[in-house]
Design a protein around this ligand. Structure first.
Ligand code: APR
Ligand code: ZN
Length: 258
């Protein structure tokens, strides 16, 4: 039995399967990841894009929005790929409890996963809000102003600081999302990591919670990760093709009443 067939059997037989995704699940949609060669942090200095820099100065926000003006069109233009579509179908087949994601690109939702089955640890780039009055707006509205030459968009309601609904370095992750993710990870008997270097904490603790609670841990990633040693199965492959094969096998088994 191939490793992909083993994963398909685990998914078909799991009581509660949870997926955990990183930027590697969106590279096949044209969105660069962070730490692969040519990734975002190879071209921009992550230490510039901290929460402290953003809230601390107009210059910090100007630099952030200059990067955002380049990266957001990639996110908006991206289409879900086979990995996103496979996870959405597994959920429809009753074979996936939820997807915990570090990604901010909204592609799991656009692939058809219901919002309540997507737990976003690092927020969502399609939304923004004012840090002063809480006024919410879409990223499209903010992007349109950047395109018109506004360097640091201010809140339309109060002139305050507008920030995308994404978590910057040094910013606390959304407590409710983290608690929900830990709870779902501990309840899982199968935990599948797709396209993450598992290099960033506290997000990278989530797979460990699942493993410690007794789940089978599977890691599908092009590069080695620090958790490979703890995994029950490691598949060195592209998330899109691996998950397309997995959902094909699971679909066939469910049609045969398996
Ligand atoms: N299929 C499988 N794996 C892939 C694919 C693919 N098509 N493309 C890339 N990968 C792998 C890379 O080899 C890499 O190990 O996905 C991993 C992506 O790792 P990162 O770029 O570090 O992304 P991620 O793990 O999501 O980073 C976590 O760091 O900068 C922060 O907030 C950012 O959410 C991000 C967090
Ligand atoms: Zn405001």
């Amino acid at each position: 039995m191939s490793d992909i067939d083993r994963l398909a059997a685990l998914v078909a037989e799991a009581r509660c399967a949870v997926a955990f995704t990183g930027a590697g699940v969106s590279t096949e949609s044209g969105i660069p990841d962070f730490r692969s060669p040519g990734g975002v942090w190879g071209r921009f200095d992550p230490s510039e894009f901290t929460y402290r820099n953003f809230v601390g100065s107009h210059e910090g926000r100007r630099r952030y929005w200059a990067l955002g003006r380049v990266t957001y069109p990639l996110i908006r233009a991206a289409a879900p790929n086979a990995a996103h579509l496979a996870l959405a179908e597994l959920h429809r087949l009753g074979r996936l409890d939820c997807c915990i994601t570090q990604n901010i690109d909204d592609l799991h939702q656009r692939a058809g996963l219901p919002p309540e089955a997507v737990i976003e640890l690092h927020g969502n780039a399609t939304r923004a809000r004012c840090l002063d009055c809480g006024h919410a707006c879409t990223r499209d509205e903010v992007h349109a102003r950047l395109e018109l030459g506004v360097e640091v968009p201010a809140c339309a309601a109060c002139g305050g600081v507008v920030k995308p609904h994404t978590i910057l370095f040094g910013e606390a992750m959304p407590r409710a999302a983290v608690q929900e993710a830990e709870q779902r990870a501990r309840a899982a008997d199968l935990f599948v990591v797709l396209g993450s270097s598992l290099a960033v904490y506290p997000a990278a603790y989530i797979p460990i919670h699942a493993k410690r609670a007794g789940a089978a841990l599977v890691i599908v990633n092009l590069e080695p990760t620090p958790l490979d040693r703890e995994a029950d199965l490691v598949i060195r492959g592209k998330a899109g093709s691996v998950m397309a094969q997995v959902v094909g096998t699971v679909r066939a088994r469910s049609l045969q009443g398996g």
